[in-house]
Ligand binder design. Structure first.
Ligand SMILES: C[S@@+](CC[C@H](N)C(=O)[O-])C[C@H]1O[C@@H](n2cnc3c(N)ncnc32)[C@H](O)[C@@H]1O
Length: 241
């Protein structure tokens, strides 16, 4: 899967206690790596059972640092460390209005719901109907019924609920879709993997009254964005005419 070595599917054997221990160990590891600092993000990672957002045959690998396949075309649940990487870089916090482009499994949506709390808002979009249905069911089963889920092209954002304080694009693009920058609040931040030559840079863009600034966090490896602002496979171009 784009340079990642995905472990083979296998019947799950781990029980709830084993997963809980792995979750606590993962949080300790993330803190040790300097990837996790915020108390709210830490609480969210401890609370949301990542294993419940993973297809049965990959469930036992839930806390391994590898993306795992999901139903749908080119969809994965990202590695565990990428969630604090995105949310710490965004400074995601209580009360934020958050838009996620690339709902995937629904795990990142559930974490964000925990971080922003009752006075915040979470809107999440996926373009793939199979992936979308999978995530919606995961979120329903996990009790996250107070998130707004949209099936469609996230490159167009969701103007009904703008402006957003924070936006995460969880698929790689060659440019940040203009509608998303437009729907970002002044003072807001957007994070996305941006393809530059042969690499993907995780980029944070901050919108201020004076303009939009850009900061590169690190290199990453994500599936490509689809849709009107998507990447033509192998060409690194955008799909717009
Ligand atoms: C790496 S996965 C997202 C992982 C997800 N955040 C999670 O927690 O499981 C990228 C997702 O982006 C979705 N995607 C790709 N292009 C999209 C677009 N234009 N609009 C919305 N979703 C898109 C894919 O279908 C895929 O589910």
């Amino acid at each position: 899967m784009y340079g990642w070595r995905v472990p083979p599917p296998r019947k799950p054997e781990k029980n709830k206690q084993a997963f809980e221990q792995e979750r606590r160990d993962k949080v300790d590891w993330l803190i040790g790596q300097g990837l996790l600092k915020s108390a709210r993000i830490r609480q969210a990672l401890l609370k949301v059972p990542r294993e419940d957002f993973i297809p049965e045959l990959y469930r036992d690998y839930a806390y391994q640092e590898v993306p795992l396949p999901l139903p749908g075309e080119m969809a994965t649940i990202s590695c565990p460390h990428s969630y604090p990487l995105f949310y710490e870089s965004l400074g995601l916090d209580q009360g934020h209005r958050f838009l996620e482009v690339g709902l995937g499994s629904g795990y990142g949506t559930a974490l964000a719901r925990e971080v922003v709390g009752d006075d915040g808002l979470v809107v999440a979009i996926d373009i793939d109907p199979l992936t979308f249905a999978y995530a919606r069911e995961n979120l329903r089963k996990a009790g996250y019924t107070d998130v707004i889920l949209v099936q469609g092209d996230g490159g167009l954002g969701c103007p009904d609920h703008k402006p957003y304080d924070r936006i995460a694009i969880t698929a790689a693009c060659t440019e940040i879709p203009a509608p998303l920058l437009e729907q970002l609040a002044t003072g807001g931040k957007l994070i996305a993997p941006v393809i530059e030559g042969d690499v993907q840079n995780l980029v944070v863009r901050e919108k201020t009254a004076a303009g939009v600034s850009t900061q590169i966090v690190c290199q990453v490896l994500y599936v490509y964005l689809r849709g009107i602002y998507g990447v033509s496979e192998g060409l690194h171009g955008v799909n717009r005419p």
